[in-house]
Design a protein around this ligand. Structure first.
Ligand SMILES: [Zn+2]
Length: 258
């Protein structure tokens, strides 16, 4: 005879499968890139859009919770430490099933794939994507784009926020060595610095930046996590040792990350 806990866990599993099948068939209008509901066990990957040179911009989705958190890296293509760090974060989250039942995680390791291919801050049109958003302080220019959202990469992020409505956003950059914030995110920034060596520093909203748009225009808390320049020489494990707990704290805020 099987132990009762085994029978119960099978019953719960069948229930979950039934719920996700039913949800998959529901005649509701779905956001563009959500697709099937992510199981709590794993990340699914979706191509949310394409760069100027038609490289996919992949988004990794996991969790079934009601709070959605977006973490993205490398909107500046020559700031690549966040790629390994965000992939390591996914490894760790796979081991934290209780968090995946509480939150929905959206992770974009490479927001500017053409920039990464050329090790360039800019996209393939020479635009600084982090100045191309429709914030109040936006300026049109050769480098910032002649109009807001002129670039496919920025439209991907714009649509993603409209579709998923994240409750907080972390954007990983280098090399300014601080936790910067926009919008109502100062308490979140102060929580994160309890778990890493970076200080809170208000850099000031740059014109048309992702931080200015998300934090000031949409009033969604957003952290610009500025790692060190030398961090791109670290292994994923070393990056995790340095910044992992701060990232986890950003997810579990206002709870502690343990
Ligand atoms: Zn940057």
């Amino acid at each position: 005879m099987k132990p009762i806990t085994d029978i119960l866990s099978r019953f719960i599993l069948v229930g979950r499968v039934a719920v996700s099948l039913l949800s998959g068939c529901a005649p509701v209008q779905r956001p563009r890139v959500i697709g099937p509901i992510a199981t709590p066990q794993t990340f699914i990957v979706r191509t949310a859009g394409y760069s100027v040179h038609k490289r996919p911009i992949d988004i990794y989705i996991a969790g079934s919770g009601s709070e959605t958190i977006l973490i993205l890296s490398t909107i500046h293509g020559n700031e690549q430490a966040g790629v390994a760090l965000s992939r390591k974060l996914m490894d760790r989250l796979r081991q934290r099933q209780e968090l995946l039942e509480k939150y929905r995680l959206l992770i974009i390791p490479v927001a500017n794939p053409d920039g990464v291919a050329q090790n360039s801050r800019y996209n393939a049109n020479g635009i600084d994507l982090n100045r191309n958003f429709p914030a109040a302080n936006r300026q049109n220019s050769e480098t910032f784009g002649h109009f807001p959202l002129s670039e496919p990469e920025t439209r991907v992020l714009y649509n993603l926020i409209n579709d998923y409505r994240p409750v907080r956003i972390i954007s990983i950059h280098q090399p300014l060595k601080c936790i910067d914030y926009d919008g109502p995110a100062e308490p979140l920034a102060r929580r994160m610095v309890m778990y890493c060596d970076l200080p809170v520093k208000k850099l000031g909203a740059q014109p048309g930046s992702f931080g200015a748009y998300v934090g000031q225009t949409l009033a969604i808390p957003i952290i610009t996590m500025e790692l060190e320049r030398a961090d791109d020489r670290l292994t994923a494990d070393q990056l995790w040792q340095r910044y992992g707990l701060a990232l986890m704290a950003a997810i579990t805020y206002p709870e502690h990350p343990y």
